[in-house]
Design a protein around this ligand. Structure first.
Ligand code: SF4
Length: 454
């Protein structure tokens, strides 16, 4: 999940080589090997659901398993063979995918795979989840770490780039490996979670730096940790008096919304204000399950914002973005950022010219409510930070007036209030405060007459 502050440590810690830990009865499980238990959970296809992809692709999975996020996590599709069993691939595709996954692995939750239309090779959901040979044939374009995220780590896993906020990177694990991920370079390191000692070092740094008022918890995806472990960390952050808000960066509401359960929401409700940034990219990701997850969060006092990434063939049109943003508002999620896809190696085939993003914003602004229009942002290489880009509405400007273009292309003159008006007001205000000057108010002068009249 991309977050507002750069991530990743320049330090090498032993946590980076440990096997992944995920939520389970005893809190520690081995990283799922990708050998699915799907076929062992046979059940009859429920009537009335035959058109749904879930029942077409995973009809033999019981509701109790389907509604259990740990089942999805354990049964992520991580091999080309397993993928081919669910979504038939040509021989050529299979050999291409085997080649790609040697460099950039595959991981998709059964839930997210069920959103794909298996008959459409250009399906926008598929493009985000299933690798393509273009990831390596265009792989020389871009950089491994264009945002230079390793540079700003102050202790392992803690990034302090901007003055009043820090980023805690708790893990590199995600429920799905998004093909456009800014941190594809991390995929080769296996799954890791920060050790208790590393987390204590991060908290100690935050305690010692009173300027920090905003702590962003990210990864990878921090919700891959158990709720109990998350609570341990969040409750300790909450005890630091100068920390005002906590933010979570997670794609779980989109790729595995079953994770947003009552246990998690009840825990988050105890430690507010907590904000959650998620990452919907296409209106078809807004399913009843995703809507329920966001509703649970909002009812628990956790506002949800969306940070989407502009992706070729996924959401690179005014229509696609408008549908997405309208859908988000319907489920009470605020469209926050639309990111230009970073120039990361292995993502070039999904990147679009910057002008497309600006045209999309121009096609939305004024044509729909401002609440539905995200801020289009380029995250600069070399850690330069985010730059908002928007269409040019100012055609000309003098000290006296501006020539402005509205959303329909009509041009208007706008009188520009003079700066000296402000300074005159300041002068009058200071005269009024001058103790030797005596002002008699109109009311005082006419007091007698007012008395007569009354
Ligand atoms: S793989 Fe997806 S969810 Fe994980 S960090 Fe990358 S973009 Fe975010």
């Amino acid at each position: 999940m991309k977050t507002s502050v750069a991530t990743k440590s320049q330090f090498t810690s032993k946590s980076e080589t440990r096997p992944a830990e995920i939520n389970s009865g005893n809190e520690v499980e081995e990283e799922p090997p990708g050998k699915s238990a799907i076929h062992s959970d046979l059940e009859e296809e429920p009537p009335g659901h035959r058109d749904s992809n879930r029942y077409r692709l995973f009809g033999h999975i019981s509701d109790s398993n389907w509604n259990d996020w740990k089942w999805h996590f354990r049964n992520r599709i991580t091999t080309v063979d397993r993928l081919n069993e669910i979504i038939p691939l040509s021989i050529e595709e299979q050999s291409q995918l085997r080649l790609v996954t040697m460099r950039y692995p595959l991981s998709v939750t059964p839930y997210y795979l069920s959103l794909i239309n298996p008959d459409d090779p250009d399906d926008p959901i598929r493009k985000q989840a299933i690798p393509t040979i273009l990831e390596i044939t265009m792989g020389m374009m871009g950089q491994e770490d264009p945002l230079e995220e390793r540079r700003d780590s102050v202790v392992p896993g803690l990034v302090h780039r901007y003055p009043d906020r820090v980023l805690m990177v708790l893990t590199n694990m995600c429920p799905m490996l998004c093909r456009h991920c800014t941190r594809k370079r991390e995929w080769r390191n296996g799954g890791w979670v920060r050790t208790p000692a590393e987390i204590e070092a991060m908290l100690d740094y935050i305690r010692r730096h009173k300027v920090i008022r905003d702590v962003i918890i990210s990864g990878g995806d921090p919700l891959t940790l158990s709720t109990r472990r998350l609570e341990d960390i969040i409750s300790r952050i909450r005890k630091i008096r100068h920390v005002e808000i906590i933010r979570l960066g997670t794609r779980f509401p989109v790729v595995l919304p079953q994770r947003i359960d009552d246990e998690l929401c009840n825990m988050l409700a105890k430690y507010g204000p907590i904000w959650l940034n998620t990452h919907f990219n296409h209106v078809r990701e807004i399913t009843p399950e995703a809507a329920e997850a966001c509703d649970r969060l909002v009812r628990s006092g956790v506002p949800v914002n969306n940070q989407s990434v502009l992706l070729r063939g996924v959401n690179d049109s005014v229509e696609a973005q408008t549908q997405l943003c309208h859908g988000l508002l319907r489920i009470k999620v605020r469209p926050y950022y639309l990111f230009q896809c970073d120039e990361v190696q292995g993502t070039e085939h999904l990147r679009t010219p910057v002008e497309i993003g600006m045209r999309i914003i121009e096609g939305m602004r004024g044509h729909t409510s401002g609440l539905a229009v995200p801020t289009f942002v380029v995250d600069l290489s070399q850690g330069g930070g985010k730059i908002p880009l928007q269409p040019n509405y100012v055609l000309a400007r003098t000290k006296e007036e501006l020539l402005l273009k509205n959303y329909e292309g009509h041009v208007f003159r706008y009188r520009n209030p003079r700066e000296q008006t402000h300074s005159k007001l300041t002068a009058v205000a200071s005269l009024l405060n001058e103790p030797e000057l005596h002002f008699e108010s109109e009311g005082a002068r006419n007091a007698d007459r007012v008395g007569v009249r009354s």
